[in-house]
Write a protein that binds this ligand. Structure first.
Ligand code: ATP
Ligand code: MG
Length: 156
């Protein structure tokens, strides 16, 4: 289950379309090397979820909240980036489990380190760098099986 991207714009479009895969309460762990396009994907996803404003938050925070406007029942997008997290203790201090809410979606860049907090019920999005601009965006995880039909639509 992989979707090809040939540009940053295409990755953003893939993120935007991925909103159709999501349901309230979902956790998405995003992985891929530095500069793969994780934040680009989230920017598109935010648009797909109808984010119109940027929530104000201190620049040093690792989690940002965005209010969403969509018909999917997703009211908040939590966007975390754990790149600078040094240890599992720091991850625990972030209380990421609180990001799992009935009316929210949590998307976590460099999320593998936090995987034990969320258990198996997550979507994993992995961005592979193929060349300068080419990427492959894969979806896996236990939740992906439940969303197979929506993911199949997202792939085409
Ligand atoms: N197909 C592509 N998809 C996404 N980004 C691309 C692509 N081709 C080139 N780029 C460039 O790669 C960079 C991706 O940056 P972005 O911040 O989204 O990556 P990231 O994975 O979030 O990085 P970090 O690990 O630092 O958080 C941008 O400069 C973008 O223009
Ligand atoms: Mg990033």
């Amino acid at each position: 289950m992989k979707r090809a991207s040939a540009s940053a714009t295409a990755t953003e479009a893939a993120g935007q379309a991925f909103a159709d895969v999501l349901a309230p309460g979902d956790v998405v762990l995003l992985s891929g090397p530095l500069g793969a396009g994780k934040t680009t994907f989230v920017r598109g996803l935010a648009r797909g979820l109808g984010v119109v404003e940027r929530a104000t938050s201190p620049t040093f925070t690792m989690v940002r909240q965005h209010r969403c406007h969509n018909a999917r029942g997703i009211e908040t997008l939590h966007h975390a980036d754990l790149y600078r997290v040094g240890s599992i203790d720091e991850v625990l201090d972030l209380a990421l489990g609180e990001l799992v809410e009935e009316q929210s979606v949590a998307v976590i860049e460099w999320g593998e380190i936090a995987a034990p907090i969320f258990g198996v019920d997550v979507l994993r999005v992995t961005i592979e760098v193929i060349s300068d601009e080419a990427r492959r965006i894969g979806v896996s995880g236990a939740l992906a099986a439940d969303r197979a039909a929506a993911i199949a639509r997202w792939l085409t």
